[in-house]
Design a protein around this ligand. Structure first.
Ligand SMILES: [Zn+2]
Length: 158
C-alpha cells in the first residue's frame, strides 16, 4: 500500500468520534513502516494495550477501524487469525471488537494476530507465528486475507 501520513490515518476512522480520532495514538515512525509489504496497516497502542487500530485502502478510500482487545481468558493454547490463518501460541491471537459507527452498543468481533501484522506473516517477513503448508501461492493467500478483511470491514460499516 502507499505510505500513510498521520493526517490521512486520523481522517480514515469510521468508528471514532472526532475527539477520539484526535487523541488516538498514531505511531510516530510512519515513515519507517514497510509499506510495500503491507496490504493494511495495523498497530497496538503502546500505552493502552487493550486498544488496536487498523487502516486499510478500499475502493472508496482509506478505512480506519478502532478495535478493543478482549482480555485473554487464560485457557486458549493456540489461536488462528481469521484474516491471515496464521496460528500463534499463547495469547498471540486476540479477539478484537470494533464498535459499529460511533454507537457503543453494537460491535463486531474478529480473532486476529495480536500484532496486527498479518501481511508480514503471510509474506514470511515475521516468523513468530506458524503458517499452514498449503498449495496457494503467497499472492493467493494475500488475496484471501484482503477479502477476509473486506468482509469484516463490511460488517463494521454495515
Ligand atoms: Zn493475522
Amino acid at each position: 500500500m502507499l505510505p500513510l501520513t498521520d493526517r490521512a490515518v486520523r481522517a480514515s476512522f469510521v468508528n471514532c468520534t472526532k475527539g477520539e480520532t484526535q487523541r488516538l495514538a498514531v505511531p510516530r515512525d510512519l515513515a519507517d513502516q514497510p509499506w510495500p509489504d503491507l496490504d493494511f496497516y495495523g498497530w497496538r497502542d503502546p500505552s493502552a494495550r487493550d486498544r488496536g487500530y487498523l487502516v486499510a485502502p478500499r475502493d472508496t478510500g482509506l478505512v480506519g477501524v478502532a478495535l478493543r482487545v478482549a482480555a485473554h481468558t487464560g485457557h486458549l493454547r493456540r489461536g488462528m487469525c481469521s484474516l491471515c490463518l496464521t496460528t500463534h501460541p499463547g495469547d498471540g491471537v486476540s479477539l478484537m471488537t470494533a464498535r459499529k459507527s460511533t454507537r457503543r452498543d453494537d460491535s463486531v468481533g474478529i480473532y486476529i494476530c495480536g500484532d496486527l501484522a498479518c501481511p508480514l506473516h503471510v509474506r514470511g517477513k515475521l516468523t513468530t507465528g506458524k503458517r499452514l503448508k498449503e498449495s496457494l501461492t503467497t499472492d493467493e493467500q494475500l488475496a484471501r486475507m484482503t477479502s477476509n478483511l473486506s468482509a469484516f470491514l463490511d460488517r463494521v460499516t454495515a
